[in-house]
Design a protein. Structure first.
Length: 88
């Protein structure tokens, strides 16, 4: 969802560097995967096509923080369907 972002802090030999990958358009999301010594952060379209990818050596990653997009209050409310009450 637009506004999703992932912050990656990487050891840069004596200091650290921070990278941010963000879903830049409506309908896109950010996915993270890790395996075989690599952390991969990808911005993906609705259909699953990768738009951009960032890869980091897992041994150098100090922190991986996911920041979900702010949600509207309306999305949190679950409304049950209103049913008329029958008179007995």
């Amino acid at each position: 969802m637009k506004g999703d972002r992932v912050e990656v802090v990487v050891d840069a030999g004596g200091s650290s560097r921070t990278y941010e990958i963000e879903a830049t358009r409506a309908g896109r999301r950010v996915e993270t995967t890790h395996g075989r010594g690599v952390v991969e952060v990808t911005e993906v379209t609705r259909g699953g096509t990768p738009v951009r990818t960032a890869r980091f050596m897992a041994g150098r990653v100090l922190a991986l923080v996911e920041h979900p997009a702010p949600r509207r209050a309306e999305d949190d409310e679950v409304s049950a369907p209103v049913r008329p009450v029958r008179a007995a």
